[in-house]
Design a protein around this ligand. Structure first.
Ligand code: 5RP
Length: 293
């Protein structure tokens, strides 16, 4: 029975203190539903506003990519240094410990391999599967200007509609064909189309000229892909420039797992993305951690 003797004599309603209505920290995301915001806040760090996503989904069209032959051996020791893991459901189920606290961005498009036309993708995961796997976002490739441009855009809008039903954000990945120009004009076009059609955040490549016009004309957050492996200092400079010019983080793969010291590199990238360290200072962190290891 409830203890009636010990009930506090008076209640405090703080009637003179207005309830605070806080905005959401991510650009363009304030009108999203609570579950959607909560998932985004597990991807993007609410303190820095940025994210370090570790991408190792390359196998979905490239097979056992260099550095990803044995994910249990090369990638699992890195998980602790990432904010978010971007991967396929096959790798998630077979190799990633279910006890992980890392947020998951699930590769949700696929179909063709590197031996065929890459833009001919479809949606490759049911929304129920994304819910079952407790993912924080679904990633879909969009090929603006590619042979199957419209199909890839429709894949994205379908995922956005499905995700909106259950509070799961969609990450649109702007994929560039082999012979296409990678410049600010192209990425302004690609990112804006995806954002206008409902993508909750975007992944694109960094470009040396005019990247700030890509981020400023995109109403939702942008993270950059790492692209092909480059020397560590160059990769850190690219990440730093992207953050200074309005990106909200990185979704990096090869520049991490193909580095001589992947764990050191990932921690150096974190220093740039979350702590605003200069590339040179982050490179020193990389060298120190590499030598310690
Ligand atoms: C594949 C992807 C990859 O996740 C993306 O390219 C990031 O990896 P990297 O930094 O190696 O480019 O989206 O299509």
């Amino acid at each position: 029975m409830a203890d009636l003797d010990d009930v506090k004599p008076s209640k405090e309603f703080y009637a003179d203190v207005p309830q605070e209505t806080e905005g959401f920290f991510l650009k363009g995301c304030n009108s999203l539903d609570w579950g959607m915001k909560n998932r985004l806040a597990r991807i993007f760090n609410p303190k820095s506003g940025n994210t370090v996503m570790l991408a190792f989904d390359h196998g979905y069209f490239m097979g056992a990519t260099t550095g990803l032959e044995r994910i249990d051996i090369t990638i699992n020791p890195l998980l602790e240094y990432a904010d978010t893991l971007m991967l396929t459901r096959g790798i998630l189920r077979s190799l990633i410990p279910a006890g992980t606290e890392k947020s998951i961005v699930l590769r949700a498009s696929g179909g063709p391999s590197i031996l065929s036309e890459l833009s001919n993708e479809g949606i490759a995961v049911d929304i129920e599967e994304s819910i079952r796997l407790n993912v924080c976002a679904m990633a879909v490739q969009v090929f603006i200007g590619g042979e199957y441009e419209k199909q890839s855009i429709m894949n994205m809008t379908k995922l956005v509609d499905l995700g909106n039903r259950y509070g799961i954000p969609t990450l649109a990945v702007t994929a560039v064909g082999k012979d296409m120009v990678r410049d600010a004009k192209y990425f302004r076009l690609a990112t804006r189309i995806c954002a206008e059609l409902g993508a909750h955040y975007l992944k694109t490549y960094y470009v040396d000229e005019g990247f700030e016009t890509v981020t400023s004309s995109c109403p939702v957050p942008i993270v950059i892909a790492g692209g092909k492996k480059r020397p560590e200092l160059a990769a850190l400079k690219m990440a730093s420039n992207a953050i200074q010019q309005g990106a909200n983080g990185v979704d990096m793969g090869r520049n991490i797992f193909q580095s001589d010291a992947p764990a050191a590199m990932l921690q150096a990238v974190r220093a740039v993305v979350h702590d605003g360290e200069t590339p040179e200072a982050a490179f020193e962190i990389y060298e120190t951690l590499k030598n310690e290891a």
